[in-house]
Design a protein around this ligand. Structure first.
Ligand code: PMP
Ligand code: GLN
Length: 385
């Protein structure tokens, strides 16, 4: 029998099953309310479901074009131009992907060579690091402080070396809920100017931004856009995380290289869903209302916690809220997340899994993309702690 001990050398020896899978399983075992993995517990718009059904019944069940269904790429291009004033040629500069995860993985695979360094601010979503390592790259982390998760741009610049090939940012940011300001993006632009560094800008929560702030897409900043893969996810925007569909936009030279990899790791993406998205995305009401929709959920969740013993700053974007439990207990966050799931019936994600060296700041992450009833029951539990 082949075993890892004697027959093969793992390319990812330290990687275990993701926290989202393990906590989700624990939540199901203990029938806990699940505010751990980020997904809505309500249905998408029936209109969108009808459009998929129509596309299937209409016979669009064979391979779509390698780059993505053209009409969808065209609507995406119009949307980016309208929101951010940036022009992307649908033919050469937009590719539809299997969620943002594949866009990010493919961009890394297409550009990161053995020994190349990739700067990743931490805490960070968990899919970047393994993708860098699988490609022989070296992740270079910049740990941000929990008080505000702001990037110290001098510290950022000190991480740039002659080996830096890529930088990965994420705004609005999972798990901190922080968004990059215009000033942040300008600092980033200046830091990368006159280099050959590629930027992967993970913008999957682009339409979940609160308190009247604006999402500052990398596509808005000319010099940044010229070196960026801007990655997006329909899963987040249309409450369909299970459909795993997203896209990325990049200048043609970069996208040409990206597609060399894309065509051999997926070739093309679910055809009927792309057709449905092409129609659905034409109406901007289908995504511009999302800020208010989720802000209301954030406020509902936090309002019910005002008399709890948790400390928090309202999330600026995404559908995640961090809660600091340091005044309740000093136990480790992984331990507490498990105990809450098993003993109190409420699942969350321990923040340390996103930090360098699993630094434990006594914080848990909760997903508030849930019905009011679920949020009510969850806050009832949190208020007893
Ligand atoms: N980036 C971030 C920051 C995320 O939270 C997620 C959510 N899963 C992804 C990328 C992946 O998105 P998708 O499900 O479209 O692959
Ligand atoms: N983005 C989701 C989260 O942060 C997780 C998606 C996944 O399970 N890979 O919760």
């Amino acid at each position: 029998m082949i075993t890892s001990k004697n027959q093969f050398l793992s390319k990812l020896p330290d990687v275990r099953t993701t926290i989202f899978t393990t906590v989700g399983k624990l939540a199901r075992q203990h029938r806990a309310l699940d505010l751990s993995q980020g997904f809505p517990n309500f249905d998408p718009d029936p209109k969108l479901l009808d459009l998929v059904t129509q596309a299937m019944a209409g016979g669009h069940n064979q391979y779509a074009a390698m780059q993505g269904h053209y009409d969808l790429r065209e609507v995406i291009s119009n949307k980016i131009e309208k929101l951010h004033g940036a022009k992307y040629d649908p033919e050469k500069e937009i590719t539809v992907t299997v969620g943002a995860t594949q866009a990010i993985f493919t961009a890394i695979t297409a550009f990161v060579h053995q020994g190349d360094e990739v700067i990743v601010p931490k805490p960070a979503y968990d899919c970047y690091e393994p993708a860098i390592e699988l490609n022989g790259g070296v992740p270079v982390f910049l740990q941000l402080e929990q008080k505000d998760f702001k990037i110290d741009w001098d510290a950022f610049r000190s991480k740039i070396t002659s080996k830096t090939r890529m930088v990965i940012i994420n705004t609005p940011h999972n798990p901190s809920g922080r968004i990059f300001s215009r000033e942040d993006m300008l600092q980033l632009q200046e830091s990368l100017r006159n280099t050959n560094i590629i930027l992967v800008s993970d913008e999957v929560y682009e339409h979940i931004v609160f308190d009247g702030q604006e999402h500052q897409s990398a596509s808005r900043f000319e010099d940044l856009a010229s070196r960026s893969f801007v990655c997006a996810s329909f899963g987040k925007t249309f409450h369909v995380t299970g459909w795993k569909m997203g896209y990325c936009a990049a200048p043609s030279e970069l996208m040409h290289e990206f597609r060399k990899t894309h065509q051999f790791n997926v070739f093309s993406v679910d055809h009927p869903v792309q057709r449905a998205m092409a129609t659905y995305l034409e109406d901007e009401q289908h995504y511009l209302g999302l800020n208010a929709f989720y802000q209301q959920k954030r406020d509902f969740f936090l309002h019910r916690l005002t008399r709890s013993r948790f400390k928090f700053k309202p999330s600026q974007g995404t559908y995640f809220q961090l809660l600091d439990y340091s005044e309740i207990t000093l136990e480790g966050d992984v331990q507490l997340a498990k105990r809450l799931t098993i003993d109190h019936g409420l699942a969350s994600i321990p923040m340390s899994v996103f930090n360098v060296d699993q630094r434990d700041d006594k914080v848990l992450r909760f997903c508030f993309a849930k019905t009011e009833d679920t949020l009510e029951r969850a806050t009832d539990i949190l208020n007893t702690l």
